[in-house]
Design a protein around this ligand. Structure first.
Ligand SMILES: NC(=O)c1ccc[n+]([C@@H]2O[C@H](COP(=O)([O-])OP(=O)(O)OC[C@H]3O[C@@H](n4cnc5c(N)ncnc54)[C@H](OP(=O)(O)O)[C@@H]3O)[C@@H](O)[C@H]2O)c1
Length: 433
């Protein structure tokens, strides 16, 4: 390639796009020294040029016409940082069809429409890279693809959403209720004005889809993953979990088991002796177990302008190295496998230990009726707490930790327990890790 020059175009100069521009403008010398390549931010396409970004864009073409990036034959790599499904999907596919490599942080799009995009990339002999889509600045995708390539991945447990982790940390450390912790997260910029995708577990499921696809070398269907968010967690549950020696975390779970892949996202009681319990605030961590390497943990900032930009520029450099090679020598095809994984273990067949909290009328015999139903379903109790009350006929919480039991048995038992007239609607079932 002429002059070892790589021309880059960015679409969307928001939080992440600005970070990418900043790295390319400020770290040009460092990148050149490390790669002998010159990275030129040629063009940025953005709709809102009024917003202050504290960037000196002298020499960069600033446009609101996306064609200036997508149709410029000089541009080798397109960075998509607008987010969402459309027009991001159309822009990425158009860039790939124009034989430009693409880098994106758009996990929602990769998790739900990755198959179509990777196919277009393959058909056009270019790559679509997405390191920043999971774990922000943590190079987990490159690690799974390269550093851990010799391993079968047996399991992964990840804290992949900074917003949820921040909220749960504040509930643990400051005794806040969920709503107060969410409000604080929004004020500090750790949660969006509309946090639904984060707190429902959807964002974590997008990221798990991507990690699971890489780890299993297959395409995992996003809509088959079992997902629960954190909105039902109360301060009371946090306190009970603490008293038993656990911290509640929203975990993305990947387990390669006999029947296939066990993939889930749900709030989980993590033992305080496990490293994941100490991952606080907006930080992310992914615990990966490989058959040769054993246990590894990846930890760091899961979002934010600078960490996310760091991951994107890592992808840009990898692609640029390929651009310097002759046709046929290229590493190319970094896509996720396009073969769909058909063996996802249904949630009912998964076994877990459980944390159960019921609110019941304080009456003799209540506990033995509940434990009787659990026993009927083969579920045995490991520990129990029942709070005392002085008031006659008032309601009290009962908390039970069980030994391992199947999800199906637990669902059936819960259905029966909830039919007792002394059990109030306010109850929760969480899993223990
Ligand atoms: N923020 C993070 O920490 C983070 C971390 C990891 C991954 N990501 C992912 O990175 C992507 C970008 O996130 P972000 O936080 O940077 O979003 P953002 O701050 O909202 O930035 C998006 C930018 O794109 C612009 N835009 C929208 N439509 C456009 C179009 N048709 N043409 C050109 N520009 C357009 C927006 O302009 P207007 O404001 O005028 O609409 C905005 O400036 C998302 O996929 C997100 O999931 C973000």
């Amino acid at each position: 390639m002429k002059n070892r020059l790589v021309n880059i175009g960015i679409i969307g100069l928001g939080t992440v796009g600005s970070g990418v521009a900043r790295v390319l403008l400020e770290q040009g010398e460092l990148l050149k020294a490390r790669t002998t390549l010159t990275f030129r931010l040629k063009t940025i396409s953005e709709l809102d040029w009024i917003k202050e970004r504290n960037l000196d864009l002298t020499g960069v073409i600033c446009t609101s016409k996306v064609e200036d990036v997508l149709e410029d034959p000089e541009i080798n790599i397109v960075v998509e940082t607008i987010g969402g499904y459309e027009p991001a999907f159309s822009f990425i596919s158009r860039a790939l069809r124009n034989r430009k490599h693409v880098v994106t942080a758009n996990k929602a799009l990769i998790a739900t429409r990755g198959k179509e995009l990777f196919r277009i990339a393959q058909e056009n002999g270019v790559d679509l890279m997405f390191e920043a889509s999971v774990g922000g600045g943590i190079p987990i995708i490159k690690s799974l693809r390269e550093g851990l390539i010799a391993n079968r991945i047996e399991s992964m447990f990840g804290i992949l959403n900074g917003t949820c982790n921040y909220i749960l940390t504040k509930m643990h450390q400051e005794g806040l209720e969920f709503a107060e912790a969410l409000k604080g997260a929004q004020e500090k910029g750790f949660a969006e004005a509309n946090p639904t995708l984060d707190i429902s577990g959807g964002d974590t499921a997008h990221k798990l889809t991507i990690l699971a696809s890489l780890a299993s070398n297959s395409l995992v269907p996003f809509d088959k993953i079992y997902v629960e968010g954190i909105t039902a967690i109360s301060r009371q549950d946090i306190d009970f979990a603490k008293s038993f020696g656990f911290t509640i975390k929203l975990l993305a779970i990947y387990r390669a088991v006999k029947g296939g892949l066990d993939l889930r996202v749900h709030p989980t009681l993590v033992s305080n002796s496990h490293l994941l319990s100490a991952v606080s605030n907006e930080l992310n961590a992914i615990f990966v177990q490989g058959d040769f390497v054993g246990s590894t943990m990846f930890y760091g900032p899961g979002a934010g302008e600078r960490p996310t930009a760091s991951a994107i520029v890592g992808d840009i450099v990898d692609l640029s190295r390929d651009l310097m090679l002759q046709e046929g020598e290229k590493y190319c095809n970094r896509s996720i496998s396009l073969v769909e994984h058909s063996d996802l273990v249904p949630i009912g067949e998964v076994a877990n230990r459980f944390y159960l909290r019921f609110l019941t009328v304080d009456r003799p015999g209540v506990l033995s009726l509940i434990s009787g139903v659990l026993a009927e379903h083969g579920i045995s109790i490991a520990s129990m707490v029942q709070l005392e009350t002085q008031e006659k006929d008032s309601c009290i919480p009962i908390v039970l930790l069980t030994h391992e039991a199947s999800e199906k048995a637990m669902a059936d038992a819960l259905e029966k327990i909830m039919r007792f007239d002394f059990v109030k609607d306010d109850h929760i079932r969480l899993r223990i890790f």
